[in-house]
Design a protein around this ligand. Sequence first.
Ligand SMILES: Cc1cc2nc3c(=O)[nH]c(=O)nc-3n(C[C@H](O)[C@H](O)[C@H](O)COP(=O)(O)O)c2cc1C
Length: 168
Amino acid sequence: MQLHIFHGTETGTAEILSQDIQAELGATHTCIVKSLDEVGPSDLSTENLNVIVCSTYGSGDLPYSATAFYEGLQRDKPDLSGVEFAIFGLGDSTFHDTFAQGSEKLMGALIDCGAKMQGERATFDSSSSGLPEDICFPWLSAVLGIKPNQAAPALSNSAASKLRGFLS
Ligand SMILES: Cc1cc2nc3c(=O)[nH]c(=O)nc-3n(C[C@H](O)[C@H](O)[C@H](O)COP(=O)(O)O)c2cc1C
């Protein structure tokens, strides 16, 4: 199974996390990683899951690299009824009213165009003590339906342990 991973970032966290997903799941999934500023809505896969990792900037806005993609969705309203996606948001809870709203806006625009979301949107708070992958890897494994004993060989020991805790 392929994963098409797209990141929207301003200072690189979402890009690094996307590459970390590729490294973590690469043994079981062929992962293609691209920036949202390299693609348009027609580049979303209709045969494989699209995984979107996106931060928030300004006041609840999309990061610069995701802006044209988002505006294209809003302007052109492409038919994405054959597209399935999962979305992970990065934000900072010190921005109380706009926490992770970039990914929330992108999720809404994709759904408005008919794309089907797999799982729930998950978020990482950069004011928390953990790392984005502590939340992202277990979330994505659950979205993909990987059971802990299946995921373990492809995951690092620490990630496999976290996943078992998340799913139990
Ligand atoms: C100028 C600025 C504005 C930001 N605005 C928000 C915001 O409105 N809501 C939010 O949740 N996070 C906000 N953040 C936090 C970023 O989304 C967060 O640090 C994220 O991890 C950055 O990811 P990136 O490096 O992939 O862009 C802001 C950060 C900066 C520097």
